[in-house]
Ligand binder design. Structure first.
Ligand code: G3H
Ligand code: ZN
Length: 284
């Protein structure tokens, strides 16, 4: 069931739901997300940032951990292992060579022509191996690992169209006001632009910064062609909250299984809620 994102996202776009990308931080996150997907009969994308991969040991460790769990848990639903915010061709290549089935090349901070050039190079390498590619235009706000943004710059529709046509990417993340990490106030997403970009490009759109976006906005984004929604912070908050509670109630507890087990359950509950909200439950 390790697959690229292409089929799951095209199906989501045509049937009107989004597949969640849930980021891995450690073993318990991976367990929780895979358990949630199997229970919900939902396709799932395991997002791995370069920082998280480094934390866990490296790309090879991540792939082998995921492969092990797919077997031990007898996972039957489609699962993609996706490099999140890949910073260079070399990083994307390294992930692909280690067994990732999908990569994001994030050259959104580069001038447009450079973004096209580096994204094309990644697509050429990835597609030859059946690996899917996501690219980004504009700036997602907030901070995620090494990716920091001061201002939010909306993606330009014409550039989006040109990037998709020239590079042949499988899906596109146009930054339209979403933010990594918690929102300060209500998110203000550019739905008019999203509609235009969805129509012009024809590819499934990706919404970064899924934490804290109200259900009505999620539904609207999905109706405009968003077929992938990335969530990380919400799972981190749920997991940290549970660890704090358990340790506060049990000041003498020291066995990590006793506090990380409950944290894992909290992540799983959060992921299940998102899968239902995104409409991917029962679609595997
Ligand atoms: O690429 C990952 C995401 O965009 C996660 O955003 O941490 O705000 O949920 P989030
Ligand atoms: Zn992101």
């Amino acid at each position: 069931p390790l697959v690229s994102m292409t089929e799951m996202l095209n199906k989501g776009k045509s049937e009107g739901y989004a597949v969640g990308q849930f980021n891995l931080n450690n073993l318990e996150f991976t367990q929780a997300i895979l358990q949630a997907a199997e229970e919900e009969k939902s396709p799932v994308i395991l997002g791995v940032s370069e920082g998280a991969a480094r934390y866990m040991g490296g790309f090879k460790t991540v792939v082998k951990m995921v492969e092990g769990l797919l077997e031990d848990y007898k996972i039957t639903v489609p699962v993609a292992i996706h490099l999140d915010h890949g910073s260079s061709f070399d990083k994307c290549k390294e992930a692909i060579d280690a067994g990732f089935t999908s990569v994001m090349i994030d050259a959104s901070h580069d001038p447009f022509e450079e973004n096209v050039a580096i994204t094309s190079k990644v697509v050429e390498y990835a597609h030859a191996k059946g690996v899917s590619v996501e690219a980004e235009l504009g700036t997602v706000g907030g901070q995620e690992d090494d990716v920091v943004a001061d201002g939010v710059i909306y993606a330009d529709a014409k550039e989006c169209d040109e990037l998709v046509k020239r590079t042949k990417i499988d899906c596109l993340a146009p930054a339209l006001g979403s933010v990594h990490g918690p929102y300060k106030g209500e998110p203000k997403l550019g739905f008019a632009e999203m509609e235009e970009i969805g129509k012009l490009t024809g590819v499934p759109l990706v919404l970064h910064g899924g934490t804290g976006i109200p259900t009505k906005d999620i539904q609207r984004a999905v109706s405009l062609g968003t077929a992938k929604i990335n969530v990380n912070t919400e799972n981190q908050i749920a997991s940290a909250k549970r660890v704090r509670e358990v340790l506060a109630e049990n000041p003498n507890m020291y066995d990590p299984r006793k506090y990380l087990g409950p944290a894992r359950d909290a992540i799983k509950e959060t992921v299940i809620g998102k899968m239902r909200e995104f409409g991917s439950s029962g679609k595997a």
